[in-house]
Design a binder for this molecule. Structure first.
Ligand SMILES: Cc1ncc(COP(=O)(O)O)c(C=O)c1O
Length: 461
């Protein structure tokens, strides 16, 4: 489902019309792209956040209406306009650095289609990721097979479909490439590390500087073509110096390659970019590239999280509750809520990245006010519906649906209302490493419906 916001001149908000327009739609399947199912709601103006809230509200009403028991699956709302805004930010802050979006971060075909229309390249790590991008009609020249340790069958597949650019960081990989894609355009992935990153990748990937000469020599002996250098400082990077150091190292490897007779021309600065520190880090990265590399070098990057994280909001439902009794109650242990998604589903980052999740309570059906955006909730209250903010704090821990006790989403949160079975939580910024890492542990489905909204004009749709 896709609900498009148009920035047309302001006219009275026809809320009921908007909600019923959304409600007539069914949740979108994950395949294929839903980009052409845009629903135009003319003459409606609101903020992107309110648009997402409207979509959540209408979906909840639909779920509640559809079944007495109520839906027990979480769902996403994706604002495709947010992709456009992130891309604009990228272009403004990283001019001349072409993004190859890292598909591993979120492989939703609708999301990928918007990026394809915006003209980005794609970093794929597997046959399936390449297929997902090629299925959208993307030219294989826009794909970088950015996995330095590939199965021979994957290399052969890449060659067959025309994806010739790939990375390596070890001798044996060169043999695999020689055997299955001798005309490959190779990027030597070098070691880089931001100690403060959420997940450091340097222990697994990246050739150390004392090995690059030998690797390049072997590539030369095999008659392979090294066209550049890549690195990745770690996902969720915070330290611009890690980029600057890696850029310096990459320059020295360029010079080694040139001495051997290669003509390297591509520097790939990888991913790791975060929303919060993007504007402050970008100029330092740009300066470092400018001071180390000749102006005719092609600079590319592999951002994942930067593009995907803020696009998706996840909505979960409380399926069970344990109010503490006896000694647990006496010692103040918070009551426990169980929701329909957890660390084995879309919340793996609680474990992997130690992310502190922030649940926003959307109150259940009778209190209509609570699933409306705040300013409108107040309006509804004045008309005598249920109050939205009792002053007493209610302390909870929030758990996922599986039988594993590590499946804890929030250790403790204080909310201003009591939460009951059937209530809903909204979690913002759930687009990165969520749906792509979800498992089916304990038989809970890893596929979520996605409701699409659009708060910007999309390119050519
Ligand atoms: C090779 C490679 N490129 C790009 C990315 C995307 O990184 P991020 O989402 O931090 O931008 C990753 C993530 O692990 C990666 O391994």
């Amino acid at each position: 489902m896709l609900f498009q916001l148009q920035n047309s001149p302001s006219t009275p908000i026809l809320l009921n019309r908007v909600i019923s327009a959304i409600m007539t739609l069914l949740p979108a399947p994950r395949q294929p792209s839903n980009i052409d199912k845009t629903i135009h709601v003319p003459a409606y103006r609101t903020s992107p956040g309110d648009l997402v809230d409207l979509a959540i509200e209408s979906s909840i009403l639909r779920i509640v209406k559809r079944s007495i028991v109520g839906g027990d699956d979480p769902f996403f709302v994706a604002d495709l306009g947010q992709i456009v805004r992130q891309h604009r930010r990228w272009i403004q802050n990283m001019p001349g650095i072409r993004p190859f979006y890292a598909v591993k971060c979120n492989c939703d075909p609708t999301f990928l289609k918007v990026l394809a229309d915006l003209g980005t390249g794609f970093d794929c790590a597997s046959i399936e990721e390449m297929r997902a991008v090629l299925n959208l009609g993307v030219d294989p020249a826009r794909i970088l097979f950015a996995n330095p340790c590939k199965a021979p069958a994957a290399v052969a597949f890449a060659r067959e479909v025309g994806v010739l650019r790939t990375t390596f960081d070890n001798i044996d990989e060169l043999d695999t490439i020689k055997a299955h894609m001798p005309e490959a355009q190779l990027l030597l992935r070098i070691y880089a590390n931001d100690e403060g990153a959420f997940i450091c990748l340097g222990e697994k990937f990246g050739a150390h500087l004392d090995t690059t000469e030998e690797l390049l020599s072997r590539a030369w002996e095999l008659g392979l073509n090294v066209v550049g250098v890549s690195f990745h400082v770690g996902t969720g990077a915070t330290n611009p110096a890690s980029f600057c150091n890696a850029i310096k190292d990459a320059r020295s490897v360029f010079l080694q390659a040139e001495r051997l007779g290669f003509h390297p021309r591509i520097l790939d600065i990888g991913g790791g970019f975060q929303d919060d520190c993007f504007e402050s880090m970008a100029p330092l990265i740009r300066d470092s590239i400018r001071s180390e590399f000749p102006a005719n070098t092609t600079i590319i990057a592999e951002p994942g999280r930067f593009y995907a994280r803020s696009v998706y909001t996840l909505v979960c439902r409380v399926i069970s509750r344990r109010r503490q009794l006896g000694s647990a109650a006496a010692s103040g242990i918070p009551d426990m809520l169980y929701q329909n998604d957890g660390v084995y589903g879309n919340f793996l980052n609680v474990i992997m990245e130690k992310e502190i999740m922030v649940p926003h309570l959307l109150r259940s059906k009778k209190s209509k006010a609570a699933i409306l955006p705040k300013h409108r909730a107040a309006e509804v209250n004045e008309k005598g519906n249920e109050a939205t903010s009792p002053s007493t704090a209610h302390r909870y821990s929030i758990w996922g649906p599986t039988c594993d006790s590590t499946d804890c989403v929030v250790r403790e949160v204080s909310l201003d209302s009591e939460v009951k079975v059937g209530d809903w939580f909204k979690y913002k910024n759930m687009g990165a490493y969520t749906s792509t890492t979800a498992t089916q542990f304990n038989g809970f489905s890893s596929a979520c419906d996605v409701i699409y909204v659009n708060s910007e004009a999309l390119p050519d749709i």
